[in-house]
Design a protein. Sequence first.
Length: 286
Amino acid sequence: MHESLEVIVRTISAVFMLFFLTKILGKRQVSQLSFFEYITGITIGNLAAYVSLDTDKTWHLGLIALIVWGAFSLGIEYLQIKSKKARDFIDFKSTVLIRNGKILEDNLKKEKLTTDELLEELRKKDVFKVADVEFAIMESDGAVNVLLTRENQPLTPKHLGIKVAPERETQAVIMDGKILDEPLDTINLSRSWLQDQLEKQNLTVENVFLGQVDSYGELTVDLYADSVQVQQPQDKPQLYALLKKCEADLELFSLSTQNKEAKQLYGQCSEQMQRLLQRLKPFIQS
């Protein structure tokens, strides 16, 4: 029984030590690992298992080894931050696999990557034709990133010469049936505003599993009851209809007035409103 209790205590100690080391070594240890970080993770895991289960009197040496390996890893990461040569040596350089739609076979062999594996990586990026690829590179963590040729890249407002306002981050303002005040403050909204929006949809905070406010100030919710259909906000369609009515009124004023200056002014305003509606249509009617 004494031995079992000792194993329990040492296991808990090892867990806390692993958690502490992971916090120190940073988030990359729990996301995509580099080559050295992969080795570090395996080694630290083995040392923690030794500390937890080894029943002889030298288990404390495992704790010392954990601390030494953690300090060594920190030193390596600091060296990588300071020196590009060290980064290239420890984690390898990135390798170009495709350039101008042409597969570089020598680099493919260097990375021990088959043609099937390359095509699989391209399909993960929604690319099914090698000729559509301007540039493909294998990063040091093994991920393959792809740049399509210009004619195959998605069309953006910049390509059309349209300037768009910066979009704010969508904020979660309700989670697990509770209002989150900090995100509301971030977007300069209040609890009373949120309650009004919920009342418009005949909802209460307790019914909402997740509520988010987008960059346009529109609230969307996901309810605990998945079978209940949520009424979609109508603010944007109503705004579009109002602007359309204003444009029609301006055109009507232009046709009905006999004053040449007023007719010209109303006509110009109507044309400006038409252009504005054309640009706002994709956003307001989405």
